[in-house]
Ligand binder design. Structure first.
Ligand code: ADP
Ligand code: MG
Length: 700
């Protein structure tokens, strides 16, 4: 530290204030103490003014802050006001003093640092006693006891009468300060290859409490302190870091960590104009997974996303796309979801069961974080993924609390929490990529698919796209799949051998040739930049031709739904989905206009997913009723028929309708045996039919 005396340092700060923040100090004086209680100073300004002073601030923050606050009190003000309790809060440290949370070490102790991250948890704001005034009930003396962190300190004996109380806290004479605890977690975009984010707790006081909400991206400046692990009885030699927060600023919510160089830009623009860019994109997602071209294209569109629109009336239409992969186990869903982490500029990967108490949405809890006393608001995956993508595996297993909050999260893209005095709205402007297994583990070909998805129709309808993945044997496909998986594994074996063994019969060329086959077309790092670049710079608008294509498709779909007694097949939501998808398709080309080709591309995708989910498995016809109501018309007819059949036959026999007769008659009316058996089983499960004796049936 500079060998300056205290008063010289105070003078130095006074000079600095005069040169750099005279207006701010004057404003503070006018607003003090009700509206404003802090003077915020920029470290970079301080450095420009006096590099030594700025460096000292980093190393001895506590002392320097005292001098700075002293200078503030001595400052010559035009109005007569004392800035007695005003704070000096420093912000904007250089990158060299902004370690990643995971890199904080013992040497950072008691130093000023800045951390960046996303607010994961925040307690509610409560008054904390800083100095307690104990009034002796015998002699009336006030005993002032300063309260530091830890337990509440009480006087041993009265300073007046030297007796041991009893005492009572006099609130008017005590000093309180608003206090709040925050937990900051490393931002999703800073993490590569699925690292677990690390967190740091920050204690904030007075005027900077209640300023941030979970989900906010912040830069926090403060002093790192230690807190011993363990409890009163068993203290551990290991300590935890926490930060005494000095300033907490909300960051611009862009992809701040992405350095897109001029060279990258050139490469991105070059790629965007190439023929077959869409195929290249598809070949850049999860190359180890064979097939799924449509799914992969859709995932890519999701990453680029549509344009978020602000309407003149103040409302907002989301540009983010939500997509669900539902299918048989072992079909590569989890693998594809996991790959998103490699290429999404900002992503959160989690399981529906959730790894934290906040689950997928958010929660207000009373746990250790608030010392079991204060309520804590915690952000779940969809909040942490704000402005990015949330990949949620096993979505069907999500907690019931999440199910209800999910509707708002997906459509309005915010989550409201109102519990125990906490009223907050968290932002969740993210795309959801979900994977789920069918309700009974595996798809049943006799059941309409919509009935086998364990999510309520209102939630299902919020997905822009739903892909169903069935695992049925198919010789050609199986052969290709086997070839692909074997190649992938072989390429992996070669690479491992190359690394682990000194002598090898295969040449480097051969190895390269093998690995080339399973490498992504566009390198993951470049693709991340490509996506971030397109999202930032490209806001396409529809051409008339594109609008026409989408309009025609939609009207045609709706027409199909007006047959007979089928209710409305698809809602206007699908229309918005088409628009979003088409915009995303234009963004891949970095184009500012959505062409007819984009519209056709996405109509193709939507048509195929609707068919997957909406085709009557028996007639093969598109039956939109399935998507919304969960049963097909032919299936409803069949259920009615078979029940009728049983009750007819039952009347002819004393012991109930014999199974073989039922199946025989079913066959006569054109229902094959396996379907009839399946339907009977279901009627039994529902309790509409029972078996009074083996192979005899009765209706209830
Ligand atoms: P799911 O989540 O659908 O149950 P997983 O993603 O866990 O399935 O996949 C199981 C395994 O099968 C993985 O190792 C995956 O690589 C492999 N696999 C499944 N389908 C494919 C495919 N189409 N191409 C390559 N590998 C596949
Ligand atoms: Mg899985």
């Amino acid at each position: 530290m500079a060998q300056a005396g205290n008063s010289e340092l105070v003078d130095a700060f006074e000079q600095f204030f005069r040169n750099y923040c005279d207006n701010e100090v004057k404003q503070l004086a006018q607003q003090y103490p009700n509206e404003q209680r802090s003077l915020f100073i920029d470290w970079q300004d301080l450095y420009r003014y006096d590099p030594d002073l700025a460096d000292d601030y980093l190393n001895q923050p506590e002392q320097l802050q005292r001098y700075a606050e002293e200078a503030l009190r001595l400052y010559d003000l035009p109005i007569d006001v004392s800035l007695g309790q005003a704070h000096v809060r420093i912000r904007n440290l250089p990158d060299t003093e902004s370690p990643e949370i995971r890199d904080i070490r013992a040497q950072n102790m008691n130093k000023l640092v800045q951390v960046r991250g996303i607010v994961r948890k925040a307690t509610d704001v409560r008054p904390k006693i800083e100095e307690a005034a104990f009034e002796c009930q015998l002699c009336g003396t006030l005993n002032r006891i300063p309260q530091s962190t830890g337990d509440f300190q009480e006087p041993h004996e009265c300073q007046g009468c030297e007796r041991q109380g009893p005492f009572q806290v006099n609130f008017d004479q005590s000093e309180f300060v608003d206090a709040q605890k925050l937990r900051i977690q490393e931002s999703p975009e800073g993490l590569r290859g699925g690292e677990t984010p690390q967190a740091l707790d920050i204690h904030v006081e007075d005027d900077i409490t209640g300023e941030v909400t979970p989900g906010d991206h912040v830069s926090a400046v403060g002093v790192l302190r230690l807190e011993q692990q363990g409890n009163q009885q068993e203290k551990s030699p290991i300590f935890d870091f926490y930060m005494e927060g000095i300033s907490v600023d909300i960051d611009e919510e862009q992809f701040e960590d992405m350095d897109i160089t001029e060279e990258d830009k050139k490469e991105i623009v070059r790629l965007s104009t190439e023929d077959g860019i869409y195929e290249k994109m598809v070949a850049s997602i999860a190359p180890s997974i064979y097939g799924y071209e449509q799914e992969k294209l859709a995932m890519m569109l999701q990453l680029f996303s549509g344009v978020t629109k602000q309407l003149p009336d103040g409302s907002r239409i989301r540009g983010d796309l939500h997509m669900l992969l539902i299918g048989d186990p072992g079909t590569g869903k989890s693998q594809m979801l996991g790959y998103i982490r490699n290429i999404a500029p900002r992503s959160v990967y989690t399981s529906g069961k959730g790894s934290s108490s906040a689950g997928l949405t958010a929660a207000a809890v009373r746990d250790d974080f608030g010392d079991g006393q204060q309520w804590t608001l915690e952000a779940g995956a969809l909040v942490l993924a704000d402005q990015g993508i949330a990949a949620v595996d096993e979505l069907d297993k999500m907690r019931s609390e999440d199910r209800s909050a999910m509707h708002e999260a997906l459509e309005q893209q915010k989550i409201s929490v109102s519990k125990a005095g906490i009223n907050a709205t968290l932002k969740s402007r993210c795309s959801l990529l979900g994977a789920a297994n069918p309700k009974y583990g595996r798809f049943d070909q006799y059941e309409p698919i919509a009935e086998q998805i364990d999510l309520e129709p209102a939630l299902i309808s919020r997905f822009d796209l739903i892909f169903t993945v069935t695992d049925n044997p198919d010789e050609e496909k199986d052969r290709n799949l086997a070839e692909h998986i074997l190649t992938t594994n072989y390429a992996g074996e070669l690479t491992t051998q190359q690394e682990e063994m000194t002598s090898l019969e295969v040449t480097t060329d051969e190895i390269e040739e093998m690995t080339d086959q399973v490498d992504p077309e566009i390198d993951a790092e470049l693709l991340r930049k490509y996506i971030a670049y397109a999202k930032q710079n490209c806001h396409p608008r529809m051409t008339e031709e594109a609008r026409e294509t989408i309009r025609d498709f939609y009207v045609d779909l709706r027409l199909k739904g007006t047959d007979e007694d089928a209710p409305i097949p698809v809602t206007a939501r699908k229309l918005e989905a088409l628009v979003r998808l088409a915009e995303a398709s234009a963004r891949i080309r970095l184009s500012d206009t959505v062409e007819a080709g984009d519209a056709e591309r996405v109509v193709e995708i939507v048509r195929s997913t609707l068919q997957d989910i909406g085709v009557d498995p028996e007639t093969g016809e598109f039956d939109a009723d399935i998507v919304e109501a969960g049963t097909t018309k032919s299936q409803r007819d069949r259920i009615k028929n078979i029940k009728q059949l049983i009750s007819d036959i039952e009347a002819e026999y004393d012991d109930g309708a014999p199974m073989d007769i039922v199946l025989e008659r079913a066959d006569e009316i054109g229902m094959d045996q396996s379907k009839a058996e399946h339907e009977i089983d279901k009627l039994k499960q529902k309790g509409e039919v029972y078996e009074p004796s083996t192979d005899n049936l009765r209706t209830t």
